[in-house]
Design a protein around this ligand. Structure first.
Ligand code: FNR
Length: 352
């Protein structure tokens, strides 16, 4: 199967599968405040991450490119939405275009459509520093994502089987690249051990890419003769992974992704430690099924939901929201307890 056919398979299967939405956010509850003392008009959603100024904490996460005309069209439409809504956008892995120059146009369209927006390049951890520089140059990117996708590769029939040396390669890229480098998972979450290893080599931004949304084990299992079904329920739920990653260092920017579909979950993700929230599968489904305008409307609705929740909590800024008191219960509480992560700090803090 060619790389372009595989890219299209990913999109097709991601759209087919209803998101299972078990990202464990139900275990997190905000504590209601009767006297927030602010209005919706006072709430601002802009935020800064590792030197990047974002007008919204929500961004379009890495999806596609490199699969010919169909992926060109999706990237073009996503770029138009990003431009019209002010959202940051990441492209899918650019390795396809580094290996086959005829695919470059499927990524370049993103910068063409959105000349002044914040755009993020994307490669896997097999990439060299020179490849990273070429990927950045291809779309004049403002930052680089390096994805870690061990479970996806293992489940992919034609996938990689050797993951040695990834940390060393990431270290070299972080040292040689001038723009911010995000290291991201693709739906299996990051443990605090993984995040610790990344911070030890100078990584300052991680995207936890937790389980609960697009499930690449299920997608790749559909392409296998004999399913590795045990990987279908593998991984760390998004909310748990945000809490694991945030426990590692105060100097780390944590990005949340994996299963976000509502303003309520986005608010919870930010409140438990994330600085921004990436959305992939949910946005793709709306775009492909209902078009550009429907996706723009949904993004506006998410912004409004987030502002309503922040108003109710008395949070004027994302930094305020990160101080809103909340309760962590259920399985998430037990997980954090066993992992030595303090949950009381969230229940006993306050915005004022
Ligand atoms: C992805 N994702 C992804 N990530 C990445 O770093 N490079 C890539 O090329 C791709 N490709 C890709 C294709 C498709 C069709 C989807 C839906 C997703 C993963 C994506 O960025 C994100 O980490 C996960 O999808 C989890 O987020 P959601 O989909 O649950 O919001």
């Amino acid at each position: 199967m060619s790389r372009s056919e595989r890219k299209w398979d990913h999109i097709r299967f991601a759209l087919e599968k209803r998101q299972n939405h078990s990202s464990a956010f139900d275990d997190i509850k905000f504590i209601h405040q009767s006297l927030p003392n602010i209005g919706v008009i006072d709430v601002g959603l802009d935020h800064e991450i590792g030197g990047l100024y974002l007008s919204s904490p929500i961004f379009i996460n890495a999806m596609t490119g490199g699969g010919g005309e169909k992926t060109y069209r999706i990237n073009k439409q996503l770029a138009i939405v990003a431009k019209n809504t002010g959202l940051t956008m990441a492209v899918g892995s650019q390795m396809a275009a580094l290996k086959d120059k005829s695919q470059k146009y499927t990524y370049e369209v993103v910068r063409k459509e959105n000349p002044t927006g914040v755009i993020i390049a994307n490669l896997g951890s097999e990439a060299s520093a020179d490849q990273a520089k070429a990927a950045l140059e291809m779309i004049e990117a403002d930052a680089l994502q390096i994805h870690l996708n061990v479970i996806q590769e293992l489940t992919m029939p034609e996938g990689d089987r050797d993951f040695s040396g990834a940390l060393k390669r990431i270290e070299t890229i972080v040292k040689e690249i001038k723009v911010p480098v995000f290291v991201k998972e693709v739906g299996f979450g990051m443990s605090k051990e993984a995040v610790n290893s990344l911070t030890s080599i100078g990584v300052k931004i991680v995207d936890v890419g937790g389980s609960g949304g697009t499930n690449f084990a299920e997608i790749e299992n559909k392409r296998r003769e004999k399913s590795l079904s045990f990987f279908n329920n593998w991984g760390i739920p998004t909310s748990v992974s945000i809490l694991e990653a945030s426990s590692v260092s105060k100097n780390l920017s944590v990005i949340a992704s994996g299963g976000f579909m509502s303003g309520h979950d986005i608010a919870k993700g930010l409140a438990i430690g994330a600085d921004a929230v990436g959305i992939a599968g949910y946005f793709l489904k709306i775009l492909v099924e209902d078009g550009i305008e429907a996706l723009q409307k949904e993004i506006e609705a998410l912004h409004l939901e987030l502002k309503m929740i922040m108003t109710a909590l008395g949070a004027k800024t994302i930094l305020d929201l990160k101080k809103a008191p909340l309760i962590i219960s259920g399985e998430t509480y037990h997980w954090l307890n066993q992992r030595g992560i303090d949950t009381k700090q969230f229940a006993q803090r306050s915005i004022k």
